[in-house]
Design a protein. Structure first.
Length: 275
């Protein structure tokens, strides 16, 4: 059993010091409450403003930001998920998420596969690597980012690799209430794992965020849900919850991926989606 803390807050675009202080304070409170891991929103240390981040952020600063966040995790002895831009060896900018252990060591990193909207697509390049899985205090954990979880393939890929907990930093705008209220619970249920989804609140660079962060259980129920303002959510998550759900209805065992691929291959050969 792991006590998970989730930060929903308003970031200041490119005010890295202020945003890292907010993470530091949340980590302190979460650790004092007994939490083993803290999940923070998408691009929170730099704020969510894709075009400004791409043009105004000096990538040479990114290693120092990562170092600050590792120091926060180590000082409070809490695992930490953060999201930052990263520049590939080929010069492509990507949106990434990183899971640190409670000594500040990097356990897992993931780059966003599905970019949302024209600004993200102008500022960043989509990744292609599948989500990986790591042990986190006895529960198998994986990462996804925002729009990724709106595609069942990403969550199912994590579950098929053994994930029992999916940690998802996000930056979801006002008006998309169905995503946390309906879709996230369906993703948790259909892949039978806990999904934690940490959003921004308030306005950043003209974007009004929904808030509404959730932690959804493997049976589709809500373990915790936030309102529209800043909040620190807590929920106990366990490997047993995922394992028990999979024992009752074995979705992962009963799926037939080869059949599904043949359907898609057939569409490609026909050149149409219907008659």
């Amino acid at each position: 059993m792991v006590l998970l803390a989730l930060l929903q807050a308003n970031a200041a675009v490119l005010d890295i010091e202020r945003n890292c202080r907010a993470i530091d304070e949340a980590a302190r409170k979460a650790a004092e409450a007994g939490a083993g891991v803290l999940l923070t929103p998408e691009l929170f240390p730099v704020g969510y403003a894709p075009l400004r981040i791409r043009t105004e952020l000096d990538p040479a600063l990114i290693p120092d930001i990562c170092g600050t966040l590792a120091e926060i995790a180590a000082r409070h002895r809490i695992a930490l998920v953060y999201s930052l831009p990263a520049v590939t060896p080929g010069g492509q900018w990507q949106i990434t998420a990183t899971l640190l252990g409670d000594r500040g060591e990097e356990l897992l990193t993931y780059a966003k596969v599905h970019l949302f909207g024209p600004e993200e697509r102008k500022a960043f390049s989509p990744a292609e690597a599948a989500p990986a899985v790591v042990d986190l205090g006895g529960i198998r954990a994986s990462l996804a980012i925002c729009y990724d979880v709106e595609f069942p393939e990403i969550v199912r890929a994590a579950a098929a690799r053994g994930a029992e907990l999916l940690l998802a930093p996000t930056a979801l705008a006002h008006g998309f209430d169905a995503v946390p209220q309906v879709l996230l619970r369906a993703r948790a249920l259909e892949s039978q794992l806990t999904v934690a989804y940490a959003n921004h609140s308030g306005a950043e660079d003209g974007c009004q965020f929904l808030g509404g962060s959730v932690i959804a259980a493997p049976d589709g129920s809500l373990l915790a849900a936030a309102g529209t303002g800043p909040e620190l959510l807590f929920a106990e998550v366990s490997a047993d919850a995922a394992r028990n759900a999979r024992a009752v209805v074995p979705y992962l065992e009963d799926r037939r991926p080869a059949v599904y691929r043949s359907w898609e291959d057939g569409l490609a050969e026909d050149g149409s989606a219907g008659g």
